[in-house]
Design a protein around this ligand. Sequence first.
Ligand code: SF4
Length: 486
Amino acid sequence: MSLQFNRRDFEYDVYTLVGAFYPGSRIKTWYEGEEAPEGEFAYYYSINYGQEQITFSMNGPGRSQFACCRLKDAGDRTETKNQLKRLVYRFLSEQTGKELPWGDLTGIRPTKIPMRLLEEGWSNVEIARHMKETYFTSNEKTALAIATANREKALLSQLDVEKGYSLYIGIPFCPSICLYCSFGSHPLKQWGHMMEPYLESLFRELAFISGRMSGRRLNTIYVGGGTPTTLEPPQLERLLSFVQEHFSFEHLKEFTVEAGRPDTITEEKLEVLRNHPVTRISINPQTMNQKTLDLIGRKHTVEETVETFHLARRMGFDNINMDLIVGLPGEGQEEVGATLKAVRELDPDSLTVHSLALKRATRLHLFKDQYEDISFENSEEIMRMTKECAMEMGMGPYYLYRQKNIAGNFENVGYAKVDKAGIYNILIMEEKQTIMAAGSGASTKFVFQQGTRIERVENVKDLKNYVERIDEMLERKRKGMELYGI
Ligand code: SF4
């Protein structure tokens, strides 16, 4: 379809909304005054907005339609955007007969809205009414967003978000690369020889951060990747000892190590984690169906997941998260049901349910033609099954986010039992606290005034470049900190 704008404002919101009503369709955007795109389109949409009103029109097979609304206050960008999205949503909803679960919300952090309103003193009922009237969110998603925001708020109140900070440490190696991976991880076989030089650079960056942040309180640490447990036990020991020696743990609320892939977890490595104040680990099955694991290139077995989980429990880990993905190739309700049954038997402390996102930089996207015969299914029913499973295990939602190209326009939800939520996950999503990040591809986020201003300093993604240009990475951080007055 063709989507024409008269000016460059809010195009991405409208584009995303149209895409949500027509998943998988090719949408060509262009601007008034430009040459029309070549080719035939099923629908021609046109958006026109000025100082007084917005119009949205459509020319399609055998019919034309038009809708407009008067702008309440053209100087108020948020209000203008909301009015524009409401107009487009109503129009497309009527045209397609569809309602979207998240209404006209196109951003990736739907809880930010209820969170802000809670902070302003609104009641849950008032927020629910506002969300449904303003964004057309369904009853179910409205309840999910508000419940999550309330829990986030309670958890964040334990931290000094202004004066504290969090630390992210990236280990960008994996035993094999999953078909859907968009993290830019490196397979051990080809890149294992870079582990030592990588650690050397990482230690330099961590030492730099500890020196610069010594006057602030460290609240959470997250070691992610990649797969941190690709490190050999002595390497893991060195890393965790280095962190303990260089940072004060006096105000630390949480120390997560994402063990991740069961095929990298051994008793010796878990022993190393036990010898340090690691409070939370992740053992991620993604699915408990072997056929799917083989298809998505995870190269581990269902049995390995079960055995590793039991091993970790025996060794005393009392906060274990499990990540699942729904919408994986070839998986429908039956397969997801089997995974949930197996997970329920293990009874983890938290469960993170991701909806598969078909991102461009993944092998799944590159070779998608090969998977034409395989269905990619996600549905309200599947999302409900995951929610019910989490609730049966005594968990409630504590963070959620959406992604572009997510299967079925759904969301990713983190569920946790009481006192087992991953606080770092909330900090990442709500952008309330500064996160210092070390490692290739790591993005440091300086957060000011409760998230009303955010500045980023990025490290290079490429592993070799990170190692060779570590001085430049430190300089980038130093300059950023000076510029932003950290
Ligand atoms: S385990 Fe995670 S980071 Fe590693 S390849 Fe798979 S998706 Fe990517």
